[in-house]
Design a protein around this ligand. Structure first.
Ligand code: AMP
Ligand code: MG
Length: 486
């Protein structure tokens, strides 16, 4: 790895140097060779045992400057002035083959100065979940951190029960979070906020440098990427589960795949996370929460926006107002694509809402409904119709959709093809993930994990060998709660 560690060169109080704590018996479970290639890692002559040693933290590669990043964050609405990487260690950064700077970070590699009462470790189950879901997200075309490696540690971690431990190696555009800004804002360290902004501009938003008000432009640009990201989640029925400000990456990537899940049957109020008792991060709350998180970021940037505080607040509020106004438009344009529509009509919003209401009432599977609508687009409406209890309602809606879609100049097959490119057939379904984890943790069987990785790598295809991954859970397979598993 040819490291170039820019974060380590930032002022001392941005991070804490720390070495990974070695584990007893590292065993390589998965390694993402494709990603390694993209990162330009030279792995010639490196065997699995060596990879396991490196990606468990037992061997620190030359050029790495391991550190834990400092950050704060609002957790479920409550501000915690010091969180930080409590079980993650940034090895360093590499410039990938596309010229992009990428972080390589171990998660579960032992305690740091920010561990508070935690053990700095991760259980194997959540490691596998993060691996599968982050890679699936990427395959769906949605910005996300990537998984480079998963290693079993050969040690047990104590949670509610004793569980096998694991380390996941995560690759990110960066690990800077809204909470990173909050850490310095809480300490009224404006110099640090400025340094962080300049670093973020350089690394993620170089285009704002030329703007008359670069820090305002930065806030706008971060807000825009966040909107885009949350809209993409909404389109595929993804529920992050813990949209705390420390889990919001400034780069606009999905990060921290904890108790996240893709919903099966459509329910706008769906919550999976066992720790989200109030439903703060329910599916339909996500856009509003994203805006709330951007408001917290805006507060941190106020001193940089204008010397006149009222003026600064006004500018920040304008960004938030823009967020509120832009999101529904973005959402509707995404939904139009899902319905195969390329033009705009004033009644489109109602058309979409009526379908969603129908889906909610019939408790149909979110992913399959849209996928079967693709079939209806090229002539086979039966599978779509067959999903609904309210058949008359479904027929009435189909007729309206046909009338609307057929006005457009597209051919049926082109429309169906465009729809299949945005409506996935395979998502990483919760009940399959649970099976994968159970097989790995209880029986040491990793075959289901590898099989699922293959299936979720091609989400927009319907391949006979992956049919079981496309199917909705049967009644007894349904998952109602997901656990953070930290
Ligand atoms: P998360 O809920 O995973 O986003 O983590 C929230 C905070 O708790 C972060 O500061 C983590 O680093 C920290 N944390 C979570 N699990 C552990 C653990 N097992 N040991 C130490 N710190 C942890
Ligand atoms: Mg986190």
């Amino acid at each position: 790895m040819r490291f170039d560690n820019s974060y380590a060169r930032l002022p001392e109080h941005f991070s804490a140097a720390v070495l990974p704590t070695p584990v007893a018996a590292p065993l390589l479970i998965a390694f993402n060779h494709e990603l390694a290639q993209e990162l330009g890692l030279d792995l010639s002559g490196v065997d699995d045992a060596r990879l396991a040693a490196i990606f468990s933290g037992n061997v620190v590669p030359a050029g790495a400057e391991p550190l834990a990043m400092a950050y704060a964050g609002h957790q479920f609405g409550n501000f915690v002035p010091q969180l930080g990487d409590g079980r993650a260690i940034l090895l360093g950064e590499v410039i990938d083959t596309n010229g992009k700077r990428r972080d390589i970070q171990l998660k579960g590699s032992g305690p740091t100065r920010f561990s508070r009462r935690g053990d700095g470790r991760a259980a194997l189950g959540p490691v596998l979940r993060e691996y599968i879901v982050s890679e699936a997200m990427h395959a769906l075309g949605i910005p996300a951190t990537r998984a480079l490696a998963a290693v079993a540690t050969g040690e047990r971690v104590q949670r509610e029960t004793g569980l096998p431990g694991g380390v996941v190696t995560r690759v990110a555009a960066s690990h800077i979070r809204v909470g990173t800004f909050q850490y310095f804002a809480a300490r009224e360290d404006t110099d640090a906020i400025k340094a962080l902004c300049d670093y973020v501009i350089e690394r993620h938003y170089p285009e704002v440098r030329a703007e008359p008000k670069p820090y305002l432009a930065l806030l706008q640009a971060i807000a825009a990427r966040q909107r885009e990201l949350i809209c993409r989640w909404m389109m595929v029925g993804f529920i992050h589960g813990v949209m705390n400000t420390d889990n919001v990456a400034i780069s606009g990537e999905t990060i921290d795949f904890g108790p996240c899940a893709f919903m099966d049957e459509y329910n706008p109020n769906k919550v999976f996370s066992s720790i989200d008792a109030q439903g703060r991060y329910a599916y339909n709350n996500q856009p509003g929460i994203a805006q709330w998180n951007i408001a917290r970021l805006a507060e941190c940037l106020l001193p940089l926006l204008d010397d006149d505080e009222d003026k600064a607040v006004e500018e920040a509020n304008a960004v938030l107002a823009e967020f509120a106004e832009a999101f529904p438009k973005l959402w509707l344009s995404g939904m139009r694509k899902k319905l195969g529509l390329t033009t705009q009509d004033d009644a489109d919003g109602q058309l979409v809402q009526d379908l969603l209401s129908l889906m909610h009432r019939s408790e149909v599977d979110y992913t399959l409904t849209f996928r079967r609508l693709c079939d209806a687009a090229d002539g086979n409406a039966e599978p779509f119709r067959g999903m609904f209890i309210d058949l008359a309602g479904a027929d009435e809606w189909l007729a309206r959709w046909r009338q609307r879609a057929w006005q457009e100049a597209t051919t049926e097959s082109a429309r169906a093809q465009a729809m299949r490119a945005v409506n996935p057939a395979v998502i990483p379904r919760n009940h399959r993930i649970e099976e994968v984890i159970a097989a790995a943790v209880e029986d040491g069987d990793l075959e289901p994990f590898h099989a699922m990785l293959k299936a979720t790598a091609r989400p927009y295809e319907e391949l006979p060998e992956f049919v079981v991954y496309a199917q909705a859970p049967m009644g007894h397979e349904r998952v109602f709660r997901t656990f953070c598993g930290t």
